[in-house]
Design a binder for this molecule. Sequence first.
Ligand SMILES: NC(=O)c1ccc[n+]([C@@H]2O[C@H](COP(=O)([O-])OP(=O)(O)OC[C@H]3O[C@@H](n4cnc5c(N)ncnc54)[C@H](O)[C@@H]3O)[C@@H](O)[C@H]2O)c1
Ligand SMILES: C[N+](C)(C)CC=O
Length: 505
Amino acid sequence: MAAPSAIPRRGLFIGGGWREPSLGRRLPVVNPATEATIGDIPAATAEDVELAVSAARDAFGRDGGRHWSRAPGAVRAKYLKAIAAKIKDKKSYLALLETLDSGKPLDEAAGDMEDVAACFEYYADLAEALDGKQRAPISLPMEKFESYVLKEPIGVVGLITPWNYPLLMATWKVAPALAAGCTAVLKPSELASLTCLELGGICAEIGLPPGVLNIITGLGTEAGAPLASHPHVDKIAFTGSTETGKRIMITASQMVKPVSLELGGKSPLIVFDDVDIDKAVEWAMFGCFANAGQVCSATSRLLLHEKIAKRFLDRLVAWAKSIKISDPLEEGCRLGSVVSEGQYQKIMKFISTARCEGATILYGGARPQHLKRGFFIEPTIITNVSTSMQIWREEVFGPVICVKEFRTEREAVELANDTHYGLAGAVISNDLERCERISKAIQSGIVWINCSQPCFVQAPWGGNKRSGFGRELGQWGLDNYLSVKQVTKYCSDEPYGWYRPPSKL
Ligand SMILES: NC(=O)c1ccc[n+]([C@@H]2O[C@H](COP(=O)([O-])OP(=O)(O)OC[C@H]3O[C@@H](n4cnc5c(N)ncnc54)[C@H](O)[C@@H]3O)[C@@H](O)[C@H]2O)c1
Ligand SMILES: C[N+](C)(C)CC=O
C-alpha cells in the first residue's frame, strides 16, 4: 500500500466525539524512517483529562449502569466483536499508520493488527462467559450462612501505554477493561499515537456508547500524570519503563489506588551445547532483533555454553549480516528504524559506553552505511561483557544483544537471574528435563523452552521483580479489571444468639 499523502488530523476522543485539546496545542508526528514530519496529534493537558474522566464516569453510571457496566456480558461482547471486525477491515491501513509512526516493518505491523483483532474477539468471549461465573458459591463451615462471590467492574480505569506495539499494547488493556464493564481513559505514548486515535474513530463507527472509551494523547507529564493522580480514576493499568512505573505507583499510593505494572526487562536466553546451532541462532535473532529489539521481553542477554560459543557467534554474525535493513515499507524488510531520534541517541550511548567499559562490539554498533536518513541502527552483538557493565545490567530497548559464556547449568542459572528485572527468560536444549529444571529456576513471569518470544492471548503475561506485577492476557487480564465482592447471607430463622436478650420486665 502506498503511503498516504497526509496523516488523518484527529482531536481527542472524549464522550464519543472529537474535541480539540483545551490549550489548542499539538505535537508533531515524525516518521522515524525518513525523519519527515508527517502530521500532528493533540497534546492533552489536565483540563482534558478532567473532561475524559468525567465522560468515563458518566458512562459507567448512566441509567444505573444498564447500558454498560451492569449490562449482560453479551451486550459488551457485541461491541468488542464489532471493533474486532473493523480492525480486520482496516488492517492494511492501520498497519501502514503504525509503520509510519513507529518505524516497524510493515508485515510486522500487519501481524500486530491481527493480534489486536484476536484480542478483542477473545475478550468478547470472556465478557459473554462472565455472567455464568457470577454468584460462585463459597463453601462455609456453618450451615446458617451462605456465601457467594460477585465479580464487578472496578469502575473508571486509566490505561497508560508505550510506543513499541502502540495499538496492541493499548488493546491488551482496553479489551479486558471493556469486557469487565469498566469505562476507560486511554493515554497512549506521545511517540506513537496514530493507531490509538483511529481506534477512537472505530468506536464512533460501531456506536460504542459515548464515554465508554476515551482516548487522550499527549505528553506523559502533562496528560499521563494528571490521569494517574485523578481522584475519580479507580485503577491505573500501566505499561512502560520501570522509572515511570515507580512514579505512577507513588502517585497512586496517595489514594490507595490499585495499579498493575508491566515494566521493562533484561531477559536471558540460555543455549546449551546439545542443540542445532542454526535453529537456536534464529530464536536468538528473533528475540533481539524483531521490532528492532524494542520489545519488553527482548533477548538482551545471551548465555552460551562455552563448548558452542565460538561456532554459535560465527553463525549469529552470519545471520545478522543477512538481515534486510531498509525503509520499513519495503518488502522483505526485517529491521526498520527505531522509534525516535531520542531512542536512537540512547541506544548509541549504550553501545559507546559498552565499548568504553571494555566490551567488544563483535558486529554492528553503527548506522547502516546505505541508509543516510532515518533512525536506523545495525543489529549489534556485544561480547567480552562483565556483569558489572551497564550493557549487562540496564535495559537498552534496541537491536543490541550482549553475550556471556557459561560452563555449568548452575552458572547459567546464576547469570540468568543476575538482574533486577524478571519479565522473561528462555532456554534451548535437547534435554527436556534440564529445560524443566531451568524453567523453575529462572526468576521471571514468563519462560520459553526451545523458543523465544511467542505470545498468546490465552496465556498470562507479566513480570516479577522490577518488571512489575499483575498479569495481562487470558483470564488474568480480565481479573485485572474486576473487583471481587463477597456476599454472605444469614439463612436461619433462629436468632443469632451472641447476646442474651434483655429480660422482660
Ligand atoms: N512488560 C511489558 O509487557 C511491556 C510491554 C511493552 C513495553 N514495556 C516497557 O516499556 C518501556 C518502553 O516504553 P516507553 O518508552 O513508552 O515508556 P515510558 O515509561 O517512557 O512511557 C510509557 C507511557 O507512560 C507515559 N508517561 C511518562 N511519564 C509519565 C508520568 N510521569 N505519569 C504518567 N504517565 C507517564 C508516557 O507518555 C507513555 O504513554 C520499556 O521499558 C519496555 O520494557 C513493557
Ligand atoms: C509481547 N509483545 C512483544 C507483544 C509486547 C512486548 O513488548
